[in-house]
Structure formats: C-alpha cells, structure tokens
Design a protein around this ligand. Structure first.
Ligand code: PMP
Length: 466
C-alpha cells in the first residue's frame, strides 16, 4: 500500500483492486484463489445476517481488506484516512511493524496463546512495561488485575474492587459519561439511571448546566459535589468510589479542566473515597500526555485500561493501590484474561509510544489541528465548538440560527467525509460532535490531508437541503 494522498486530494483514491472489482455477481465476487472480495455482496450479506444493533457498519459501508498506518483500503479498491482508529484503539495505526513483529515473535516461539491468568514471560514483560509507564506514585505500590478483554470488563472489575475494599455500594459518576455496556458500567454511564449511582455535573463550556462555563462553571460543579457529600440530608450516602474520564470521549470530547480534576482528587482523598480514572480511551498518549490524568498531575487510586494497551488486540486491566487489594481469589474472574498475542502487541505499543515520545507529538500536533479547526469555525457558523486534547478532537455542529445541536448535519458531514476518503465518527449527547481519533503516528502531511477533507466536507454538508 502506498502512502495516503497529498494534502488536499479530496476523492478516495482507487488502487488496482478497483479495476478488478466487477461489482455484484461479477467474477470478482466469487471466492477463490486471487479473486478480489466483492464488497457489495459482503455488505448485502451483512445487512441480512447481522444484528439490528450493529453500529459503525451502518454509517461506514466499507469492507476493509488491507490497512497500514492511517490508511484503510476497501474491497472496492478505495483508500480512506482512518480517523476512527478502532474507536481510539490503534495508537500506532493499523498493522504497525513493531506490533506485527511482536505478534509474529509469539507465534514463532511456540508459546501457548491462551493460558487463563497463569504467569508467562510474555505477561511478565507486559506488566513490567506497563508499570514503567504508569504514573510513578501509583506504580510504586500498584497491583494489576487482568480482566476479560473489553474496557467494560475492567470497569466492572474496578467497581467490584472498590465496593469490596470500602464495604460501600454507592458510586459517584458524571453526566455524559461512558464506561461500557455491561450492567455496572452502563449504570455508571450518563444514559442509564441506577439508584446506587449519584450523578454529578461534568464541566462543559458550550452547554454548561450552570450557564456560565469556564473555570466558574467547573467550580460550581465541584461545590455541588462537595455539598452532596457533606450534607447529611442530601440523600447521598458515602460512596464506594468516584469514576471519571479525564476527557469524556463518547460524551462529546469534553476535557476535564485540570483544576477541576484536582478538586475531584482532593475531595475524594479527604473523604476516603477511591478515585477511579477510566483511561480506556484517554490512555497511552492519546491526549498529549501518557495518561489523561497526567495533565492535572492527579494520581488516581484505580486506573481502568483497555483499547490501546492491547496494541490493536483485546486486552483490559485494572491497576490500583495495593491497599485496595483485599478481594479474595476469584473475586473477579474470566476465561479470556491471558491473551498472549494482545500482551505482546501491547508491550510493543507501550514501549514504542514511550521511547518515541508520541504523547508529546500528539500534544503538539493536536494543538495545531485545534488551531486550524478553530480557524475553520470562524468561517463556518454551523461549527458551534472545537475542543479536545492531543489527538482526541471534537467539532460540534449546531444550527447557526438557534445554536442547538445539529445531529442531522453532523451525520451529513460524516457522509461527506466518507465520500472524500476520510473516516470520522460522531459522539456527544446528541450525536452532533464529529470526532477525530487519528493514530499517534500521524504525519504533518496526513494531518493536513485530514483537515483539508474535513474543511471541504463541512460546507458541503451545510449546503445540502435541510
Ligand atoms: N470506558 C471508556 C472511557 C470508553 O470510551 C469505552 C469504549 N468506548 C469503554 C469504557 C468500554 O470499552 P469496551 O467497548 O471495550 O467495553
């Protein structure tokens, strides 16, 4: 695969495979040696056979057959710049050589691929590398629990951990949060009420619940939290923990202000409430620091990790202060806790990000992209806000007349992007935020190409009849 097209090239490129694609029912559709897969047919079968709950597949009708770095090639021969990156999983992009080498190394060594939670050299190396990357104050006396492989598994484990350690059941969580799809994680997320979860306002400027935004809005939220905990008649009993994303991702790319996060750390520490940082999406350099909490200098009691730590393969862990480690054997189990390929891929990814200072790179490049997007916003009244941290960027689309979130326009932008060979996803309360989660290995030229395509797509979508 060749590099993505130069900045400004706006149509998805076609490779030689396109010429071979004879469309539905054509020769290319028949499986067999050398035959190109028939994307149209595959998509049709997917629509017929897969669940109504499928998500990305609906808005991104692509059949990826090859990928490298930022670029995905579809069965139709089109190439796309992938700014979804497996929902933020692919810190090094697709098929990075160090990740492939690590996977091949395990395969060629004869090591078992699956060993429950037994000790192996591959796991030992992963834990050593992860501990080397953790905030030093946590790593100094940390424990690690390998969970089932999804982020939501690690969230469940973290909740069970703090509930066991404190003997309490309540939880503090935030509006707009997303922690996963299993019962406990879903309860902690913004859309699902649970009597054990007390919902606190997450700071945001554009739609600040107190109408002021900025540091003042964040401070009011912190006072509300403090008051709930200290008022004996607030109806909120002492919780088992507080769970927070350093940057809300699915909630619409909302960075927690540093001072506010420090206030959350202080108010939990002084009241003996474990602070759980959900770094599933923000970890491993994504936000321009190795961990999202590093920006504020906050050391949580528990960190929930998944996505990038598996180097594109499924892996999730919880790391936490040793004195919380009072749960018994089997308190949190699961069959798939020993994926050796994921651990090897994860070790390689963590080491590559650390050694090549990709967090710093994400910070610098992300800042430049935010500046460029703010320039675009000045000329496009349908852009209500541009925000983010590092290479976790959101562009909120609004109705220029009312300022209301504009989900239909955002969906049109996503489609216009796709037509121009750029993959983006939507997030936010109203699915009106176009999200960019490019890999940390993004080059300046690629960043320019992404911005050019987005800059074309937004006015094109705005021109569509409403
Ligand atoms: N926490 C956060 C912050 C997430 O962004 C996600 C997934 N987007 C999860 C937890 C859940 O991870 P998974 O989908 O792997 O269960």
């Amino acid at each position: 695969m060749t590099a993505p097209g130069p900045a400004g090239r706006s149509a998805p490129e076609r490779t030689g495979a396109a010429a071979r694609d004879t469309g539905p029912g054509g020769a290319a559709g028949r499986p067999g040696a050398g035959a190109a897969p028939d994307g149209v047919l595959i998509l049709r079968r997917q629509a017929q056979r897969e669940s109504a709950a499928r998500t990305y597949a609906r808005s991104l009708p692509i059949v990826p057959v090859r990928a490298r770095g930022l670029t995905i090639e579809g069965a139709d021969g089109r190439r796309y710049l992938d700014c979804l990156s497996g929902a933020g999983t692919l810190a090094l992009g697709h098929n990075h050589p160090v990740v492939l080498d690590a996977i091949r190394g395990v395969l060629d060594s004869g090591a078992p691929l699956h060993v429950l939670d037994l000790a192996t050299p591959v796991k030992d190396a992963f834990t050593t590398e992860l501990f080397a990357c953790l905030p030093a104050a946590l790593a100094a006396d940390a424990r690690i629990q390998f969970c089932g492989p999804a982020g939501t598994d690690a969230v469940e484990a973290a909740l069970r951990l703090v509930r066991t350690a404190t003997g309490r059941s309540g939880l503090l969580a935030f509006t707009g949060a997303y922690h996963g799809m299993t019962a406990g994680a879903l309860d902690a997320s913004g859309g699902a009420p649970d009597v054990r979860v007390t919902r606190l306002p997450f700071p945001q400027d554009l739609r600040c619940p107190f109408g002021v935004g900025g540091p003042e809005g964040a401070e009011l939220g912190a006072r509300w939290a403090e008051n709930l905990l200290d008022d004996p008649k607030s109806g909120v009993s002492a919780p088992a923990g507080m769970i927070v994303e350093p940057v809300q991702g699915e909630g619409g790319v909302l960075p927690a202000p540093d001072a506010w996060l420090r206030r959350m750390r202080e108010l939990t520490a002084t009241r003996g409430i474990p602070l759980i940082a959900d770094e599933v999406q923000t970890g491993v350099g994504r936000t321009g620091a190795f961990w999202g909490v590093d920006h504020a200098g906050v050391v949580p009691d528990v960190m929930v990790l998944s996505k990038a730590i598996g180097g594109s393969l499924p892996l999730a862990v919880v790391v936490y202060r040793a004195d919380l480690d009072v749960w018994g054997p089997g308190a949190h189990a699961g069959t798939f806790r020993g994926n050796q390929l994921a651990m090897a891929a994860g070790t390689a990814t963590l080491a590559f990000v650390r050694e090549n200072r990709l967090a710093e790179r994400a910070a610098a490049l992300g800042e430049r992209m935010l500046t460029a997007l703010r320039g675009l916003a000045a000329a496009q009244p349908c852009i209500g806000d541009v925000r983010g941290r590092g290479l976790m960027i959101g562009v909120e689309l609004v109705d220029p007349d009312t300022g209301a979130a504009a989900p239909a326009l955002a969906a049109a932008v996503r489609q216009e992007c796709l037509d121009r060979g750029l993959i983006v996803e939507l997030g936010g309360r109203h699915s009106a935020v176009v999200r960019l989660l490019p890999p940390l290995i993004l080059t300046d030229e690629q960043a320019a190409a992404v911005l050019d395509r987005l800059a074309e797509a937004i006015p094109a979508a705005a021109r569509r009849p409403r």
